[in-house]
Design a protein around this ligand. Structure first.
Ligand code: COA
Length: 255
C-alpha cells in the first residue's frame, strides 16, 4: 500500500490515481515505485485502466524538482530508468489506458499522458514538456513519444520552447483526443473505459499491441506482425461469438 498512489476497481475498470496533491502530484521515486506496483497489481484484472491525478489543480506537475535538484549524475541515471520503466509499463499494459488529464501535465506528467493509449483533457488542462527551462530535456519518453503523436515540428517547438499549451490548443495539436468540461471529465472517462472493458478482451489487447508496434517496426515487418496477431484470434470464443452474433442478428456475449 502507498500513500501517494491509489488503485481502485469499479468492475473491470481500474483507476490509478497519483495522490500527492500538496506537490501537485509530482513524481518522486517512492511514487514511481508505487505506480509500478499498482500497474503490476492491475495487470490481468483490469480490462481498461484510467490514469489521473488527485486534487483539483494537477494531473501530474512532472518529475519532482526538489528531488532532482539534489541528484548526483548516478542518481539521475537511476531516476531516468525508473521513469522509463513506469512509462513503458503504461504503454505495454495489456488493456487500453486512458489518461484523464484533469489539470497541469508538465514534464513527466505530459510523458505519462503520452504513454497512455488515449488522452482526454478537462478544459482546465495545461500541458507541456517544460524541462528546457530547468536546464534538462524530457527524460521519460517525451523526446520520442511526443514526436510520434504530434509530429516532428510540433514536438520540436514544445520541447525547445517549453511552451505550456491549454486544452483547446492541445486538441488542435493532436496532443489530446478530446476536451470535456472539467466537471464532466470523470464520468466521461468512466463511460469510455466501461465501453472498452466490454469489448473482446484479447482482440483489444492484440489491437493495442499491433498499433504500438507500428511505432517500432518498419511497415513490412509490421504487416507480418499484424497477420500473425489476426490469425491468432481465430478460434477464440470472442471471434466465434462476435461473428455468429452478427449473423444471428443479436448482441454478442463476449467472454
Ligand atoms: N516538483 C516538485 N514540487 C512541485 C512541482 C514539481 N514538479 N510542481 C509543483 N510543486 C510544488 C510547488 O513547489 C509548491 O510547493 P510549496 O507549496 O511547498 O511551495 C506546490 O507544489 C504547489 O505548487 P505552486 O507552484 O505553488 O502552484 P501554482 O498553482 O502557483 O503553480 C504550476 C502550479 C504547475 C504552474 C507550477 O507549480 C509549476 O510550474 N511547476 C513545475 C512544473 C514543471 O516544470 N514540471 C516539469 C518537471 S520535469
Amino acid at each position: 500500500m502507498s500513500d501517494t498512489v491509489r488503485l481502485e476497481f469499479d468492475g473491470d475498470v481500474a483507476t490509478l490515481t497519483v495522490d500527492r496533491p500538496d506537490r501537485l502530484n509530482a513524481l518522486n521515486e517512492p511514487t514511481l515505485e508505487a505506480m509500478a506496483d499498482a500497474l503490476e497489481d492491475a495487470r490481468g484484472d483490469a480490462r481498461a485502466l484510467v490514469v489521473t491525478g488527485a486534487g483539483d489543480k494537477a494531473f501530474v506537475a512532472g518529475a519532482d524538482i526538489s528531488r532532482m535538484s539534489e541528484m548526483s549524475v548516478e542518481e539521475s541515471h537511476a531516476y531516468c530508468e525508473q521513469g522509463h520503466a513506469v512509462m513503458n509499463a503504461v504503454e505495454s499494459f495489456p488493456a487500453p489506458v486512458i489518461a484523464a488529464v484533469n489539470g497541469y501535465a508538465f514534464g513527466g506528467g505530459c510523458e505519462l499522458a503520452l504513454a497512455a493509449d488515449l488522452r482526454v483533457a478537462s478544459e482546465r488542462a495545461v500541458i507541456g514538456q517544460t524541462e528546457i527551462d530547468l536546464g534538462i530535456v524530457p527524460g521519460w519518453g517525451g523526446t520520442q513519444r511526443l514526436v510520434r503523436l504530434v509530429g516532428d515540428e510540433t514536438a520540436r517547438r514544445m520541447v525547445f520552447f517549453g511552451e505550456r499549451v491549454d486544452a483547446q490548443d492541445a486538441l488542435e495539436l493532436g496532443l489530446v483526443g478530446e476536451v470535456v468540461a472539467h466537471d464532466d471529465l470523470d464520468d466521461h472517462v468512466a463511460e469510455m473505459a466501461a465501453d472498452l472493458a466490454a469489448k473482446p478482451q484479447f482482440a483489444l489487447a492484440a489491437a493495442k499491441e499491433a498499433v504500438n508496434q507500428a511505432h517500432e517496426m518498419g511497415q513490412r515487418e509490421g504487416l507480418d506482425f499484424e497477420r500473425r496477431l489476426w490469425s491468432g484470434l481465430f478460434g477464440t470464443h470472442d471471434q466465434r461469438e462476435g461473428m455468429t452474433a452478427f449473423l444471428e442478428d443479436r448482441e454478442a456475449a463476449f467472454e
